[in-house]
Design a protein around this ligand. Structure first.
Ligand code: FE2
Ligand code: FE2
Length: 205
């Protein structure tokens, strides 16, 4: 898709964000979009893709869980290759953790059906932003990173800015997963089983 169509969809979502999500989430989505666009620029990807994925990634977070589940299932039916991934399956099947993670595929479904976005990298970035995956495309890694390290994140480590400026994409992705692992461990919170697997595979290995 060309950048103009992506910018138009981004402008429509930006206008409506406050009607879809709580105010702090609208601010977080805009900050994620800005950082994702900057990282796209740095890593040679169209910034319009990062901007749109960042704005859209949490737009279904405040919907009823049953609605999110139905939309995620619809996304899975339309995208069997994404749905076949171990990460996606864990997300659908893990009853304890899925409530806080299904908003990703739900938003990808809305982006495709309500905003006409067919760009699979953008759909992947939105769908997998909370579960993560070792096989993410570069745009999806960028949106995953921007979601966790945007400047408004309170548990963001003090070296995040320098890492965002200097690390190449793969090390930055590993750094971000390590940050998530540390946030959860430091607070005695339980990581989702798939995030534990992801950490073991690409950080601790
Ligand atoms: Fe999210
Ligand atoms: Fe987010």
């Amino acid at each position: 898709m060309d950048s103009t169509a992506l910018h138009e969809a981004a402008a429509r979502i930006d206008e409506r964000l406050e009607t879809m999500v709580k105010p702090h989430r609208a601010s977080h989505s805009r900050a994620t979009a800005r950082l994702a666009a900057e990282l796209c620029e740095r890593f040679g990807i169209d910034p319009a893709q990062g901007l749109l994925a960042g704005l859209a990634h949490d737009m279904c977070r405040d919907l009823q869980p049953s609605r999110q589940f139905a939309m995620a299932e619809a996304f899975a039916i339309g995208h069997p290759l994404f749905a076949a991934r171990e990460s996606f399956q864990s997300l659908l099947q893990d009853e304890r953790f899925r409530e806080r993670m299904l908003h990703g595929p739900a938003a990808a479904h809305a982006l495709e059906n309500d905003y006409g976005i067919k760009d699979t990298a953008i759909l992947e970035a939105v769908a997998f932003h909370s579960i993560g995956d070792a096989d993410l495309c570069d745009l999806a890694k960028i949106v995953f990173i921007a979601d966790k390290l945007e400047p408004g994140r309170v548990r963001r480590p003090s070296d995040a800015d320098s890492m965002l400026r200097t690390l190449s994409l793969e090390p930055l992705f590993r750094y971000t997963i390590a940050c998530i692992h540390d946030w959860f461990s430091n607070q005695g919170m339980e990581l989702s089983p798939f995030t534990r697997v992801l950490y073991a595979r690409i950080v601790a290995s």
